[in-house]
Write a protein that binds this ligand. Structure first.
Ligand code: NCD
Ligand code: ZN
Length: 343
């Protein structure tokens, strides 16, 4: 049987929520990845070092016994974030970044930043303390077409942020367009990007052609095929600027299959398998290890992992849902067959 052994990977962009959903999803990530950057968009958001410490404890409690997994915490940037909090975060051993959500851009982003100019003192502090800024790069202007929101953000805000804070380390999260890829490629070594499995595997037809499929709806939304091809090229190029970030974002099935469905794809159940499928289709399985296991750690200045994981080329069927009782989460490609399987 064909196998693929890699250095154990990390997930550099992950939502695990809290409460019963956290308990349902965390084992999926912990069995695949050694570490994950945990998004702070809870209700209410995680804005202080103390809150992140409590959230970290909850996550550690939820990990099944015997699995070695480290959550890497982030704080949610708001207009009220103080420079003192940024200093505290930089001094703490478990906060690894701040997350910037434009207000209203996506799930639980109401507390986000309405005008980036108002957080310039905070961005200066991040630059000074050398703490990365993770950006959800979409404008929220209602006049801007939803398919153009990332490109517009790159042209206006990202150009300004990287010009005004040239030493700031920035991750443009879950890039979805050719324009975002090009921006990151031509920017300095301190600018990187994560790429999700769904944006490598699917274009917008997956959501809209032949019926509306809410489990493919996430933000930034899937784009045209030409953009998917640009993402595959970037991810498989061997460039250390692009690394794995699933953006696995669980929502209850009832809230996805809804007249106004939530944004987010749940991919933690088969994250590495999904990436392996995308890299294999591109004829670039040899590039998967750098993308999944090396470049993110290098960017965050953390040691690369030393254990390994093995994928088997062995087809399996993705369950229709995960969870028990009130929790039912429909995974990406529910009921479909995947070629690779984590040993
Ligand atoms: C994320 C979520 O549900 O928290 N949703 C999504 O569509 N990606 C938020 C985010 O990362 O935008
Ligand atoms: Zn996300």
């Amino acid at each position: 049987m064909k196998t693929l052994t890699l250095t154990r990977p990390d997930d550099w962009h992950l939502h695990v929520r809290n409460g019963a959903v956290l308990k349902t999803v965390i084992a999926h990530t912990a069995k695949q990845f050694a570490r994950a950057i945990i998004m702070p968009n809870l209700k209410p958001p995680v804005t202080t070092v103390l809150q992140a410490q409590a959230y970290r404890e909850d996550i550690l409690q939820a990990i099944p016994a015997g699995i070695n997994f480290t959550p890497l915490m982030t704080l949610y940037m708001t207009a009220a974030t103080t420079v003192e909090e940024i200093k505290l975060a930089a001094e703490s051993s478990y906060i690894h970044a701040f997350k910037l959500y434009p207000a209203g851009a996506t799930t639980n982003s109401d507390a986000g930043v309405a005008d980036i100019k108002t957080i310039y003192p905070q961005l200066a502090a991040l630059e000074k303390y050398d703490l990365p800024l993770l950006i959800h790069g979409e404008v929220v202007d209602e006049h801007c077409d939803i398919f153009d929101r990332e490109r517009e953000f790159v042209d206006t805000h990202l150009v300004a942020i990287t010009r005004d804070f040239p030493a700031l380390r920035v991750v443009l999260e879950h890039v979805t367009t050719l324009e975002a890829v090009q921006f990151v490629e031509f920017a300095g070594a301190n600018i990187a990007a994560t790429i999700t499995p769904q944006h490598l595997l699917f274009n917008r037809n997956a959501i809209l052609a032949g019926g509306i499929r809410p489990h493919f709806y996430c933000l930034p939304i899937l784009k045209r095929e030409q953009h998917r091809l640009a993402l595959v090229k970037a991810a498989t190029s061997g460039s250390s600027k692009f690394f794995l970030g699933t953006d696995s974002a669980p929502h209850l099935t009832t809230l996805k299959e809804n007249a106004c469905g939530c944004a987010g794809c749940y991919s933690a159940h088969a994250a590495l398998e999904l990436y392996a499928q995308a890299f294999e289709t591109a004829g670039a399985l040899d590039k998967l290890e750098g993308f999944a296991s090396f470049y993110g750690a290098d960017f965050y200045r953390l040691p690369r992992n030393s254990e390994t994981v093995t994928l088997l080329k062995s087809a399996w069927k993705v369950p229709e849902n995960y969870g028990t009782g009130d929790v039912s989460i429909t995974p990406l490609l529910a009921g479909e067959e995947l070629n690779w399987q984590l040993q």
